[in-house]
Structures are given as structure tokens and as C-alpha cells.
Write a protein that binds this ligand. Structure first.
Ligand SMILES: [Zn+2]
Ligand SMILES: [Zn+2]
Length: 336
């Protein structure tokens, strides 16, 4: 290399660095104002020792958003539920699966929040991402809680009840919202996995909660056309808005691209992180469009599109045998 070339190279490098510097500054200044929080690098799943595991893992994303995960030792679904606090009321999204014993856990957290904020009570609104059993199983127990410090309004997971509470005249086209007090939560109807499905968008944190419609795992599609329309609705809604995370209700994917844990797995030491980005909505849309109305399973890096049709009896039997084997071994897990 001659001196001239070297000089030109340095000039070029310098100008690139200056340009990058300018971009970095501009990005920081233009970053949307979302309230930040943290997610754990790993969650408890169902083990390694069920005897030692609490029914719920509670994670404080920030002081006014708690994410809870039900232990796989209570039920293989190990769903997530979400507790958001506003100035005037709190919102619980979903109540978990069977054997969750969720009511005392929610009471404990709300009491702690009240103590920290020097308050006597806060009303709690309970809504659901959808009506499947692994997300509404705690409804009865919560409804029965007679706690003056957290009076509960439980909204059943139906289209009609969702329309009322979120003020949506036309389902599923209309957007809805509920205000928790200085904290507006948008509601987007997303039938397709289940008829009463909704996604919630928390303007404060920029988190989009998507239930079983978008999460790192098997996205079971009940109605392909509805599912596609709902995903388009999510894409339109989020366009131009900050999306800090897309957070769904399960993790079934491993950390290895394209590989998921089989249905019924309790302990998932190498599971995928919970949060996804808005990019997955685009991937989902491309996948759905490529089906041209003909349902088929399609594996992606972080999820699988899984239209639900008639189940192959052999596959059904395999899944059932695996579930039984998992349950049989749960008290005798020996750890890593
Ligand atoms: Zn579901
Ligand atoms: Zn589910």
C-alpha cells in the first residue's frame, strides 16, 4: 500500500466513524419514551426439582409491572400472567392454568405493592387474553377472594364482555382501550387462535401482550383467515409505535433455532427467551400468506405456525405417552 492509499483509507475510516457517531446521537435523541424494565435471562420452568419449586415465579419488570410464571410442576402449560398497576386500578391479564393456586399469590403481590406505595387499597380488574382453560383456571378462586384491600372485577373471557369493558362497538375491527389511571391499555381483537382473543398494548412500557397468538412456541391456529386478519391488525396497530417487547403466554421453543420442546415437557433448561420483537409479526404474515389458504405447519427460527386440524391418532398417542412419562418422573428429577 502506498502512502497515498493509506491516507485515503484513513480519511475514509474517519468519515465512516463520524457518520456513525452522528447516527448514534440522533437515534438516542429520537428514541421513543417508554418506561423501561428488565426481563430475566432465564425463567423457572418445571424443575429440576419439583419438590423445591414454588407454584409461581414472580418477576418485577419494573415497580408497576409484574410478570408471573406458573411452575411446570403444577401443570405442563406453565403459562405467564401479567399484573399492571395504574394510579387508579390494577389490571391482571389471565389467571393461569389448573393447580395454579393463583389467588394467594396475587393477594401477596398486591399487598406488597400497597405497602410500598403507602396505600390502603386498589381495585383489581381481571381480563383475559383468551378463553382457553390454561389462562382462566384461576378465575373462580380470584372471584371468591373477599379482600377489601383489592376489590376484584372479573371480566369473563367472551367477545361480548371484551366489547363492553374495552368499549369496542364492532368486533373485531374496532380498537378498544381501558385506562388504569395515567396508564392507557389498548385492546386489539385477535380471534383466530380462539374466538375471544385480544392483544393488549401498554402505552407506558411499549409492551404488546399477545396471549397464545404470538409467542416463542407452537402457534395453534384454529381459524386461518381470522388468524391472518388478526395478525394484519397487529401489524397496522403497531406501525409507527414503539414496541419494546412482544410478550406471549408460553415458551415452548428451545434456544436452538427451529427446535421446540415436545408438548408436555415440564423442565426446559434451555428454553427460548420470552420476549419477541415486532419483526415476528412480519414473519408470521409472510408465512400465512405463503399458505394461500391451505393450512400447513411451518417452522421458523423462533416459532412454528401450527394450524389445528384433525389430529393424527398416532401423534396423539405419542404426545399422551410423553406427557404421562413426564408426570411420572417429576418428583424424582435429579437435576442437571
Ligand atoms: Zn390458547
Ligand atoms: Zn395457552
Amino acid at each position: 500500500m502506498t502512502h497515498v492509499h493509506q491516507f485515503r483509507f484513513r480519511q475514509f475510516t474517519l468519515s465512516v466513524l463520524l457518520t456513525l457517531g452522528t447516527i448514534a446521537t440522533a437515534t438516542a435523541e429520537e428514541a421513543p419514551h417508554v418506561r423501561t424494565g428488565t426481563l430475566p435471562t432465564t425463567w423457572d420452568s418445571g424443575g429440576p426439582r419439583c419438590m423445591e419449586m414454588p407454584e409461581w415465579q414472580t418477576h418485577e419488570y419494573n415497580p408497576d409491572l409484574l410478570i408471573l410464571r406458573q411452575s411446570g410442576c403444577t401443570d405442563f402449560e406453565k403459562p405467564f400472567v401479567f399484573l399492571l398497576f395504574g394510579a387508579e386500578r390494577a389490571l391482571l391479564l389471565d389467571t393461569g392454568s389448573r393447580n395454579g393456586n393463583i389467588a394467594p399469590q396475587i393477594a401477596l403481590i398486591v399487598h406488597r405493592w400497597l405497602a410500598r406505595n403507602g396505600r390502603d387499597s386498589i381495585p383489581l380488574l381481571v381480563v383475559h387474553t383468551h378463553a382457553h382453560g390454561d389462562h382462566v383456571a384461576g378465575d373462580a378462586a380470584l372471584k371468591a377472594l373477599n379482600d377489601a384491600r383489592m376489590p376484584i372485577t372479573l371480566i369473563p373471557a367472551t367477545v361480548e364482555d371484551n366489547k363492553k369493558i374495552f368499549h369496542m362497538a364492532h368486533w373485531p375491527e374496532d380498537l378498544g382501550a381501558v385506562d388504569l389511571g395515567n396508564r392507557i391499555i389498548d385492546a386489539i381483537a385477535i380471534p383466530g387462535h380462539q374466538d375471544a382473543g385480544i392483544a393488549l398494548y401498554d402505552r407506558q412500557t411499549g409492551i404488546l401482550f399477545t396471549g397464545d397468538s404470538v409467542y416463542p412456541g407452537r402457534l395453534y391456529i384454529h381459524d386461518l383467515t381470522e388468524f391472518q386478519n388478526s395478525n394484519e391488525r397487529l401489524l397496522r396497530f403497531t406501525a409507527g409505535k414503539p414496541v419494546a417487547h412482544i410478550i406471549g403466554n408460553h415458551i415452548e421453543q428451545t434456544r436452538t433455532p427451529y427446535v421446540d420442546y415436545p408438548e408436555g415437557t415440564l423442565w426446559q433448561p434451555q428454553e427460548h427467551e420470552l420476549a419477541l420483537s415486532r419483526g415476528v409479526l412480519l414473519e408470521i404474515q409472510a408465512g400465512l400468506e405463503s399458505m394461500h389458504g391451505k393450512p400447513q405447519r411451518m417452522a421458523y427460527r423462533d416459532f412454528t405456525l401450527w394450524p389445528r386440524g384433525e389430529r393424527d391418532p398416532a401423534e396423539e398417542a405419542r404426545v399422551e405417552a410423553y406427557k404421562q412419562q413426564q408426570r411420572a418422573g417429576m418428583w424424582n428429577q435429579t437435576g442437571p
